[in-house]
Design a binder for this molecule. Structure first.
Ligand code: AHG
Ligand code: MN
Ligand code: MN
Ligand code: MN
Length: 341
């Protein structure tokens, strides 16, 4: 969330920050919902940390709608996100990577004006090797409040998001949030159970010398991406005249967090493995929330051919090409897509 610059200070709790931002505003409900999502993330953080001790690592044997084998913790995190947010009266329906269909709030609870979209556990292939994972969320407003929520109500371009964020379950658990007034990062104080503002006003440096891409897909990349990565790898004697560094955690949350802290560019581009597949990552609950955060931090996010936040979704689980991070590098990649189609 984003208090006006100067108002928020290090050490403020997420609860206080949220209350301050939304006091007496018609968006009070949004602050309440963000508080509940934050609580859900604390509970998921605890469940993830206990994984090796509680027989919750490993696979369930079921596939999700993307054809990925679901891990036990994918489903546990999905349940926890629902359970800790559905009762509060702020949400009308939810959509998640791990649910083929939308989840309408049971009638015993008040229906709210928001739609909650989430990736309950991002980077779950890293669980069994104890590498950082996260949760990603996006909040949309329900377009109309009559009748039942339908899939179509969710199909809003990313520019319509009213809030987005992620929790990173790393050496420390962190919550990074935007409501469209900048990006703020909070660190979970395990002793008090509060998220504390430690990273107010996060910004992404416009230039970088670090990229992130799964290079095992190189043989399938399109020409503009091959050109860009070749130039990065060419080092000081190449066209960039600089040596680039590379990172690939295989947890999008961890990659985006690194980019918010020290800059960088992240790519999961379209490749030619399957002409019907525009990329790997999912538009609604991975690309859109991360693009909102990155743009709010002064970075850029593109498919290579159009801004991610302007893509009109056609389906809940649709995939999209993702190029985001330091804005001058993203601009260069967009230029290469124009020059080398
Ligand atoms: P999820 O675990 O939610 O399915 O997401 C995994 C995503 C993302 O976190 C990461 O950037 C990417 O998949 C890693 O893909 P590769 O395994 O192809 O490297
Ligand atoms: Mn998955
Ligand atoms: Mn994910
Ligand atoms: Mn996931």
């Amino acid at each position: 969330t984003g208090n006006p610059p100067g108002k928020a200070h290090m050490g403020t709790s997420f609860s206080e920050f949220n209350t301050g931002e939304f006091a007496d505003s018609p968006q009070t409900d949004l602050g309440v919902l963000l508080g509940q999502v934050a609580t859900a993330c604390k509970v998921i953080s605890a469940a993830v940390a206990r994984g090796p001790l509680s027989d919750t690592l490993g696979y369930t044997g079921t596939d999700n709608i993307q054809g990925e084998n679901q891990q036990k913790l994918d489903l546990i995190a999905n349940e926890l996100m629902i359970r800790w947010t559905e009762w509060g009266g702020q949400v009308a329906a939810m959509a998640s990577e791990e649910m083929a269909d939308i989840y309408r709030i049971p009638t015993q609870y008040r229906q709210g004006r928001y739609l909650l979209v989430f990736d309950p556990l991002d980077g779950s292939s890293n669980l069994d090797v104890n590498v950082s994972v996260g949760s990603i969320f996006s909040i949309l407003e329900r377009p109309q409040t009559e009748g039942e929520v339908e899939d179509a109500d969710f199909l809003q371009p990313g520019v319509m998001q009213v809030a987005a964020g992620y929790a990173l379950y790393g050496p420390a658990t962190m919550l990074v949030v935007t409501t469209g007034h900048g990006v703020n990062g909070f660190t979970l104080d395990e002793e008090t159970g509060e998220f504390i503002l430690t990273h107010p006003g996060l910004t992404i440096s416009p230039d970088t010398r670090e990229f992130a891409i799964n290079a095992s897909n190189a043989r399938m990349w399109e020409a503009p991406v091959i050109r860009y990565i070749d130039e990065c790898l060419a080092g000081v004697t190449g066209p960039r005249g600089e040596a680039f560094n590379m990172r690939w955690v295989a947890s999008m949350v961890a990659e985006i967090h690194r980019i918010l802290i020290r800059g960088g560019v992240f790519l999961y581009p379209k490749d030619n493995r399957d002409p019907t597949r525009p990329g790997k990552l999912r538009l609604m609950y991975e690309a859109n929330p991360m693009s909102f955060i990155v743009e709010q931090a002064g970075g850029a996010a593109s498919t290579g051919r159009e801004p991610i936040l302007q893509v009109q979704p056609q389906a809940l689980h649709q995939r999209v090409a993702v190029i985001l991070g330091s804005r001058n590098e993203v601009a260069r990649l967009v230029q290469y897509h124009l020059e080398t189609p």
